[in-house]
Design a protein around this ligand. Structure first.
Ligand code: GUN
Length: 303
């Protein structure tokens, strides 16, 4: 604890370190599967040529291969029809060598994202976006966990941060981060058992609520939205934001910042995840966990 009047210097929670630990465990699980004749296979479907998606998809494939998993990348043209995409998903649903897969989002505007997600077999849904998997997670019987919130939870657990009985404030209510994050932290069990409040763009006096957080998890997509006056002394702050802002001093003219004003908040928090280097590396790591889990479930079914 900080002594009154003294500056607190926050401990850094680094996704790179946490993910290395998890990759070590995954390598053992992959080796165990291989000894039983199963090579976990993850497929990623990319429709169109969104530049950010290209980078994410490449990174997912490289990570699969570095872990000794089978990686399949399916690139489909921008003009792909809904029927063609659904047909490809049907093939992947039936392919026994593909244990998990995902369709990279966002999709081109003419495609129906909801129908696409609904057509993925829930037992192969590596993103945990299918409504049946979201429901299972909510009732505490998950097949998979959504990658980014699961990554945040692992960062808390593996940094030894107590969550039971703590007030977790989640800033943001997206289907990918805010909503599942809140649902996970209120479950019974390790890395959860928290009292959860969700705040968002329509919340009145948002700062009065964030100041009550023992653990503040921010995923609102606004650069440096959380300032020091919005954070309680000694809070744990996890920044899920990745915002690209102009920076003429950089060779490419821009840099990444989080949703938290890191420089100011680090002197008030007891622990904080930076951007970049914080949550970032955890998302792919937890996707790999889901792919390995899908292979383990398929193998258990086969026996
Ligand atoms: N686009 C950005 N993040 C994600 C993700 O986690 N999964 C998918 N399918 N698309 C994304």
């Amino acid at each position: 604890m900080a002594i009154k009047g003294e500056k607190m210097v926050a401990r850094l929670i680094l996704g790179k370190e946490v993910s290395e630990e998890i990759y070590g465990e995954l390598r053992q699980r992959i080796a165990a599967l291989k000894s039983r004749g199963v090579v976990p296979g993850l497929a990623v479907v990319l429709v169109g040529s969104d530049p950010a998606s290209q980078v994410y998809v490449r990174k997912k494939g490289e990570m699969c291969e570095s872990l000794g998993m089978r990686s399949v990348t399916i690139r489909m043209p921008e003009e792909t029809t809904q029927a063609e995409l659904l047909s490809k998903i049907g093939e992947l649903n039936r392919d026994p060598s593909i244990h998990g897969f995902l369709v990279q989002l966002p999709l081109p505007k003419h495609l129906d994202e909801k129908e696409v997600i609904n057509s993925i077999a829930p037992e192969k849904d590596a993103d945990c976006f299918h409504p049946s998997n979201v429901g299972r997670m909510l009732i505490g019987e998950p097949l998979f966990l959504p990658a980014t919130p699961a990554g945040v939870q692992q960062m808390l657990i593996r940094s030894g941060i107590e969550t039971a009985g703590k007030h977790v404030v989640v800033v943001g209510r997206s289907n990918i981060v805010g909503k599942p994050m809140a649902a996970m932290m209120m479950q019974k069990g390790s890395g959860a058992d928290s009292t959860v409040t969700v705040v968002h763009s329509r919340t009145k006096d948002l700062a009065a609520i964030t100041r009550q957080a023992d653990i503040l998890i921010v995923a609102i997509g606004k650069p440096r939205f959380i300032t020091a006056d919005m954070v309680k002394e000694g809070a744990v702050v996890i920044d899920v934001g990745t915002n690209r802002i102009d920076d003429p001093s950089r060779p490419n003219g821009s840099r990444l910042v989080g949703d938290v004003d890191f420089e100011a908040v680090k002197d008030k928090a007891s622990a904080i995840s930076p951007v970049p280097g914080g949550v970032g590396p955890m998302t792919i790591c937890m996707l790999m966990c889901n792919a390995v889990r899908a292979a383990e479930m398929a193998e258990a079914d086969r026996r």
